[in-house]
Design a protein around this ligand. Sequence first.
Ligand SMILES: C[S@@+](CC[C@H](N)C(=O)[O-])C[C@H]1O[C@@H](n2cnc3c(N)ncnc32)[C@H](O)[C@@H]1O
Length: 319
Amino acid sequence: MKSNELFHISVLLDKSIELLNIKEDGLYLDMTLGAGGHSQAILDKLGNKGSLIAFDQDMLAINNAKERFKDYPNFRAIHSNFSNVENKLAELGINRVDGIIYDLGVSSMQLDIAERGFSYNHDALLDMRMNQEQTLSAYEVVNEYCKKDLLYILRKYGEEGHASLIVKGIIKARNKQAIKTTYELVDIIKQSLPQKVLKKKGHPAKLTFQAIRMEVNQELVVIEQSLHQALRLLNVNGRIVVISFHSLEDRLVKNIFKEYTTSQLPKELVDVRGLENIEYQLINKKVILPNEKELLHNNRAHSSKLRGIKRIIRGDENE
Ligand SMILES: C[S@@+](CC[C@H](N)C(=O)[O-])C[C@H]1O[C@@H](n2cnc3c(N)ncnc32)[C@H](O)[C@@H]1O
């Protein structure tokens, strides 16, 4: 397989691009380049004066995009965590943009390449790093985290109802010898769970793998760090749209958007002054979900949720 043939069906593609309300001459950020599906859709809407900067912390995505978008002079790919967005743009002399998209989580290509160690369906060394230059991998989480931390991760990020049985199994196994591969971990999880749980629908290792991946990549922490920067970067009429796949991600996005679209002044003061000074507005009051057709064609769409926010004024430009 050539690198520019990497496969990933973009989720909520049309709706998210519609929500961005792209101006032909605007400057846009794709924070999660992946296989480039959303980037392509943005580039299709931009004219000569518009441009797109895309971030990914995975070199695979960056190299793939450099080839795929080589004929677009208005495209630039940056290999970085999106939590560094303000600094990376400042290096280019940019401090304002017109729209930003996040399509969170892992791409199908990351899951499908066995050696990346993301998938319980492929046998590989325990890895799960989106950024191959990072030192923390799934191996350290599984073999070196204390019982309390493992329990916390499985319960919080995995919402795994059988966390304590699984952690007990992991600790017992790693006391004999280090757990090196995805299949070893899958076997330990299966041996830790009672038959009636194993008979239930869904892979028994799914939630544990999800939890470990979120810890390895510090997924919730970086979303929060990045969203505050993204909100500061927005021009008036600029928009941010976020596609999330996990209830904790969606809750985080929802709460941050709420914080920015609700007055921080006491209600009595707002009533008296008639002035709320709110700089942002939700694009849609309600979360947007994929339709039946998309659910039928793309399994990854099942837990997806889309939210958007727009900037209506810039307080710092009105002073
Ligand atoms: C779901 S995929 C994006 C798919 C893309 N929208 C498409 O249509 O092809 C998510 C991508 O974001 C990247 N990613 C996730 N978290 C990131 C972060 N904190 N910083 C930079 N890239 C990140 C992953 O490496 C992955 O390639």
